[in-house]
Write a protein that binds this ligand. Structure first.
Ligand code: ATP
Length: 339
């Protein structure tokens, strides 16, 4: 139990929350195990299950996401990460509804809430630019991202003056965000004309239009060229440093290691491990989950197998080949030679 986060010590808590390093420090005492209790969770999920036909896509018993840090959700293909995102943001319904499924965000129960109410509560996910969004300008995409503030509500939209009153402020905010993400000069371009990395930046900027408390990113680095990767990572870290909670799904283990304060691992719908990146990536259950799933993720340099282990395996294979194909191994290139 962390005494520093009890409601009775608001000064200590506020100080801890204002300082990103202190916020991460709060995690030092958290046990690296599935379902670990966090000192200051912004999201708590219980008994959420989703089946498709005979397949259990998600079966999460308990998960807490700590406020104000970057949490990565990783797992092999088909582990249930996207389905889990869809469930907690109200885009899908659990099959365990009525059987104890419960989740709350910032102290507010969300299980019976629509996706737009979830967004209004402050939990916002990014979306890939669909065909129709691609045909809109960058600025129009941003204005659409603000709809949680006013325009989305049909009743309010009917009162145009209300919306008009906000329009100028919303446009200014959109331009500020576009400037921050270095997209301002593209504001009148079609979103479809942006590069892969710029689209990811626009998706993030658009999500920020509704001032979320937590931003959820689904594979923020997919399709991004290396030049923009660094900039995207920097933006994600800045959001955290400004106090936002970040939850992201990512396959690239370099990215996960680089920016995550905490890593949650899913396999076959369940949470199988949690902890700091280094702890998690040397966890047996994680290695089993990845290797067992024949995933297509590049775990290359990520020490799931050390260099020594790889060399030992290569030696073993060569020795095996030599033993079974006498004479042929003579023609092989010298060991270790790379093209
Ligand atoms: P990836 O990393 O490949 O995106 P994931 O971890 O996000 O995978 P999900 O896409 O959530 O995994 O899928 C989990 C399981 O649920 C998979 O077996 C998938 O085939 C199944 N599934 C997901 N959506 C549906 C659907 N709409 N209908 C049927 N099965 C589905």
């Amino acid at each position: 139990m962390s005494e520093t986060t009890t409601p009775g010590t608001p000064g200590t808590r506020a100080a801890a929350l204002a300082d990103p390093a202190a916020r991460r420090e709060l995690m030092a005492g958290v046990r690296p195990e599935p379902g670990a209790v966090k000192p200051d969770p912004i999201l708590k999920v219980d008994k959420i299950e989703r089946q498709f036909g005979g397949i259990t896509a998600v079966d999460v018993d308990h998960l807490e996401v700590q406020r104000g840090i970057i949490t990565a959700l990783i797992g092999p293909n088909g582990a249930g990460k996207t389905t889990f995102f869809n469930l907690i943001t109200g885009f899908d319904k659990p099959t365990s509804a009525g059987r104890g499924a419960h989740w709350e965000f910032d102290g507010r129960a969300l299980n019976k809430t629509s996706s737009s109410s979830v967004a209004r509560a402050g939990m916002v996910r990014t979306f890939q630019l669909t065909k129709s969004l691609n045909r809109m300008t960058v600025m129009d995409n941003m204005m659409l991202g603000a709809q949680n503030q006013a325009g989305e509500n049909l009743l309010k939209s009917a009162f145009k003056p209300f919306w008009r009153g906000q329009e100028k402020a919303v446009a200014e905010k959109a331009e500020e965000l576009l400037a921050r993400f270095k997209l301002l000069e593209k504001k009148n371009d079609y979103a479809g004309s942006l590069s892969g990395g710029q689209r990811k930046l626009l998706e993030m900027a658009r999500a920020l239009m509704s001032d979320p408390k937590m931003i959820m990113l689904d594979e923020p680095m997919a399709g991004v060229n290396p030049a923009l990767t660094q900039s995207l990572l920097g933006h994600i870290q800045s959001l955290r440093d400004e106090g936002m909670t970040v939850l992201f799904v990512e396959h690239d283990m370099h990215v996960v290691r680089h920016i995550s304060d905490w890593v949650v691992v899913m396999a076959e719908g369940r949470i199988v491990a949690e902890g700091p990146a280094d702890t998690v990536m040397s966890n047996e259950a994680v290695i089993d989950a990845y290797l067992g799933a024949h995933h297509d993720t590049d775990l290359g340099d990520d020490e799931l197998l050390s260099d020594d282990a790889v060399h030992a395996l290569e030696d073993e294979v060569r020795a095996d080949e030599a033993a079974h194909q006498p004479g042929r191994h003579q023609a092989h290139k010298p060991e270790g030679e790379k093209p």
